[in-house]
Design a protein around this ligand. Structure first.
Ligand SMILES: *[C@@H]1O[C@H](CO)[C@@H](O)[C@H](O)[C@H]1NC(C)=O
Ligand SMILES: *[C@@H]1O[C@H](CO)[C@@H](O)[C@H](O)[C@H]1NC(C)=O
Length: 467
């Protein structure tokens, strides 16, 4: 490869070629992990956009089963702005942090027995640009949004596959959670359209996977109050009153509707002490830099995903009993000099790494991704949609509501799905090849709370077995 490249005569071709070589590396050891890695990890950059001014960083983990034939999954984390590493180390990837009191030394890692990479090769992509280790070469390139992200990830995928042609024939899926519910469906649509137009390389697109996916601003929002009522968080009286005063619409409250505003205020106060990501968990400071607007005030999160953080005047560092304590460890680990060296991070490309960067100049253009599900349903792709059933950020009620509005008939009706003789959740399959599953006890990012169950669910679905 290197020889071939250096025999090229034109200077720009030579540079292009050297860049290709530079931009993928095999990682055999990771600081904090004992011994050589027992899985194959590659990291690298793919340049996208005009003059490749946006450099998207990725972690690629080869399937630990049969990478020649196992599916290839491209995974996007939510936010927008949360790093792919977050999915790799806390959700579905091969390593987890050891949760130990932090004393200033490098956090350590162990293998995750429930890694989805036991069934599929996974490409974890830091997208949109500005996320994780992805970076820009010009200020203009940092401007991003839903459509630009979709376009860039599609370009990323095509370039990556050209550089890894051995994966072109593997069944290909796109997956993600949370905010990715907005961007994954249009991405699948774009890949599908380009396949139909005959654009090369042909992508062996089979379907998509979404966990607690944001889908429709109104449907998702309107499911929070019925969820809170069903979970016993608000009184029957307040619930009945809310339905009347707000007419069941909590997403677009008329500012002159005082009764609805008052009821809504009462609702907000009642849930303010909870972790909305998982209503049974302790409410902890969410470890991520505090988003601020241009006046230096905290701006409200698009997602309202991490709203609990804003109730604290100055959130403290999370304590070890908090899930977010683990989030803090990734920041300590990824910003270590030797870790960056091991991951082959380009020197000077990125300042401090953040698990979630909410300061991205990102435009949310897609208020609802429902129409993409409508369109994809007609094309025969498979899909797995799952909901951690204790999530109040994107409650299962809203997800079930939009799936129902797709109007497909039921093939395998609502029933428990079982792991180790216990109910792990409930599932239903529709004639558009969509399987829906709840994950009992799961939160907004279900595999963080129920790793064994989520792994079993993925394993069955990806192998075309019933849940
Ligand atoms: C921190 O703790 C680890 C084990 O938990 C230990 O190996 C290390 O020596 C400690 N470092 C310091 C600076 O105390
Ligand atoms: C589903 O059926 C309802 C009632 O017939 C209809 O109003 C709606 O447009 C249909 N939805 C889709 C996505 O076709």
């Amino acid at each position: 490869m290197a020889k071939l490249c250096f025999s090229l005569l034109l200077l720009w071709q030579l540079q292009l070629c050297m860049q290709l070589i530079d931009s993928r590396s095999t990682v055999k050891f990771l600081p904090g992990f004992q011994g050589p890695l027992s899985f194959e990890l590659e990291t690298g950059y793919v340049g996208v956009g005009e003059s490749e001014d946006a450099q998207l960083f990725y972690y690629f983990v080869k399937s630990e089963k049969n990478p020649k034939e196992d599916p290839l999954l491209l995974w996007l984390t939510g936010g927008p702005g949360c790093s792919a590493f977050s999915a790799l180390v806390y959700e579905i990837g091969p390593i987890n942090f050891n949760i130990l009191e932090y004393n200033g030394s490098l956090p350590t890692l162990h293998l995750n027995p429930y890694s989805w990479t036991k069934e599929a090769s996974i490409l974890f992509v830091d997208s949109p640009v500005g996320t994780g280790f992805s970076y820009v070469r010009t200020p203009l390139a940092s401007q991003t949004g839903d459509f630009k992200q979709v376009h860039q990830v599609d370009q990323f995928l095509r370039k990556w596959l050209m550089d890894h042609p051995e994966f072109l024939s593997n069944p290909f899926y796109v997956g993600g959670d949370s905010y990715s519910g907005i961007t994954v469906p249009p991405l699948v649509q774009q890949i599908s359209n380009e396949n139909e137009e005959g654009i090369k390389p042909l992508i062996n697109l089979q379907g998509y996977i979404l966990g607690n996916p944001k889908t429709d601003k109104i449907v998702d929002k309107n499911s929070q109050i019925p969820f809170a009522h069903g979970m016993g968080l608000i009184s029957n009286e307040l619930y009945e009153s809310l339905k009347i005063t707000c007419g069941g619409d909590y997403a677009n409250i008329d500012p002159s509707n005082v009764d609805c505003l008052n009821d809504n205020q009462a609702f907000s106060e009642l849930i303010s002490g909870l972790d909305q990501n998982h209503i049974l968990e302790p409410r902890c400071p969410f470890f991520s830099p505090k988003p601020r607007d241009s006046n230096g005030k905290r701006r409200s999160l698009n997602d309202n995903e991490k709203s609990q953080e804003f109730l604290d005047p100055e959130p403290a560092l999370p304590s070890i009993g908090c899930r977010s304590f683990g989030y803090m460890l990734s920041q300590n680990w990824e910003n270590d000099y030797n870790v960056r060296k091991a991951l082959q991070i380009r020197q000077g490309s990125k300042g401090k790494w953040q698990r979630c960067n909410y300061d991205l100049p990102y435009t949310q253009e897609i208020g609802s991704s429902f129409s993409f599900h409508v369109s994809l349903s007609t094309k025969g792709y498979r899909s797995l949609i799952y909901s951690g059933d204790h999530d109040m950020v994107v409650p299962f009620l809203g997800t079930e509501a939009w799936i129902k509005s797709l109007n497909y008939s039921i093939i395998d009706d609502w029933r428990p799905w079982i792991l180790h003789s216990q109910v792990a959740g409930y599932t239903r399959t529709y004639s558009n090849r969509m399987t829906y599953a709840t994950v009992k006890g799961g939160g907004h990012i279900a595999p963080e709370y129920r790793p064994a169950e989520c792994y079993a669910m993925f394993q069955r679905w990806i192998n075309h077995d019933p849940l």
